[in-house]
Design a protein around this ligand. Structure first.
Ligand code: ADP
Ligand code: MG
Length: 347
């Protein structure tokens, strides 16, 4: 029995799956979340509900845990830094600060000599006009984006709405004519101990992940290159835990980094059933300093995200022994909300 109590900030499906992985390793979990109904409370040993800037709740959380990690990147840096004064936060707060800000994130990646989409930092309609060469493009809020929230397609300058007042910062990205999207999940334990999962092929619909599979239908060169770049990024960030690098492949077979997720990732859900050690278990092992087990692939696999009302039909379905249905047990069904997933093992 381990004595470690792992604190997890955020209570969605990623938090739930982290709690389940921790339980397997006999590690107790305390989840801190501003969502009263966050499903991770079904799996954690304790649940603290409160606003992240609620001093009392935050101090209660800090006092009860040994190590802190997080399931999402949009946590104010100040909060992570406050926790880090008392308890180690992994991945380090500075990493999260870089990755939650698209401008800092892209500068970091480009400074490593790694290509992203062409992009520019935008504060006004005037800035978009100056960067007309990036159209057709996608305007994205510089912070707080997820699942396509805060994104606007701009086909031409006419699409700039007169009433936009640019109260937030944005980046404008050239729209890539995608041949494919892939991601690489990587777990780093420090001291050059690293496990890189094979690239996963992803299909998005309306900017939300719908479908993932291994093996990805890519060339050997892209396979190696994607793993190499993910490794370089993880090393340069001095990352501890599991992270994900999302890539675009364009029509010329050029590999571009889309973004980094400094956390376990939806495209890696298939690692639960397709590998002996999942991305979640590797994350818990890395942040808690538990020796990493040799990772083995068990099977090829496909994962389907179940969005919104689709969950109702899955709840009454029966499944074969190569199909693994995960119901996130979210209280409210909302359009486009990730409600569960199904992983199917393949030959
Ligand atoms: P989020 O932070 O919401 O995940 P992303 O930047 O990853 O935002 O965008 C979500 C999805 O939208 C991508 O996976 C891709 O399918 C599509 N997308 C985003 N940016 C571009 C782009 N510049 N060119 C083409 N497709 C894009
Ligand atoms: Mg993304």
């Amino acid at each position: 029995m381990s004595d470690i109590i792992l604190g997890i900030i955020g209570s969605g499906q990623l938090g739930s799956l982290l709690c389940q992985a921790a339980k397997k390793l006999n590690i107790k979990t305390i989840v801190f979340s501003d969502d009263e109904f966050g499903p991770a409370q079904n799996y954690s040993d304790k649940f603290i509900f409160g606003k992240y800037n609620d001093k009392n709740k935050l101090e209660e959380f800090i006092s009860k845990v040994d190590i802190v990690t997080y399931e999402f990147e949009n946590i104010p840096f100040k909060i992570l830094k406050r926790i880090d004064e008392e308890r180690k936060v992994l991945p380090r707060p500075e990493i999260n600060q870089t990755v939650q800000d698209r401008k800092l994130e892209k500068n970091f990646i480009n400074d490593l000599g790694i290509m992203t989409t062409e992009w520019a930092f935008i504060k006004s309609a005037e800035d978009i006009k100056k960067n007309k060469k990036l159209l057709p493009g996608i305007l994205k809020t510089n912070t707080l984006g997820y699942d396509g929230h805060g994104q606007f397609v701009l086909n031409s300058l006419d699409d700039i709405k007169k009433d936009w007042c640019f109260t937030a910062d944005y980046i404008l990205e050239k729209k890539v004519n995608l041949s494919k999207e892939i991601s690489v999940i990587i777990s780093r334990f420090g001291n050059n101990e690293i496990y890189t999962y094979e690239p996963i092929e992803n299909i998005h619909k309306n900017q939300i992940l719908k479908h993932s599979k291994i093996p990805a239908d890519i060339t050997h060169e892209i396979f190696k290159n994607a793993q190499y770049k993910a490794k370089l990024i993880a090393e340069k960030l001095d990352f501890i835990g599991t992270m994900c690098v999302e890539y675009f492949i364009d029509q010329d077979n050029t590999l571009l980094v889309n973004e980094i997720a400094p956390r376990v990732h939806n495209s890696g859900h298939l690692t639960i059933n397709a590998f002996n050690i999942s991305q979640f278990e590797n994350h818990v092992r890395a942040v808690c300093g538990i020796k990493n087990e040799k990772v083995r692939k068990i099977s090829n696999a496909e994962m389907i995200n179940i969005l919104g009302k689709e969950i109702e039909e899955y709840r009454s379905k029966s499944f074969s022994d190569v199909e693994f249905f995960f119901d996130y047990k979210k209280k409210v069904i909302k359009d486009k909300r990730k409600m569960g997933h199904l992983t199917i093992l393949k030959n």
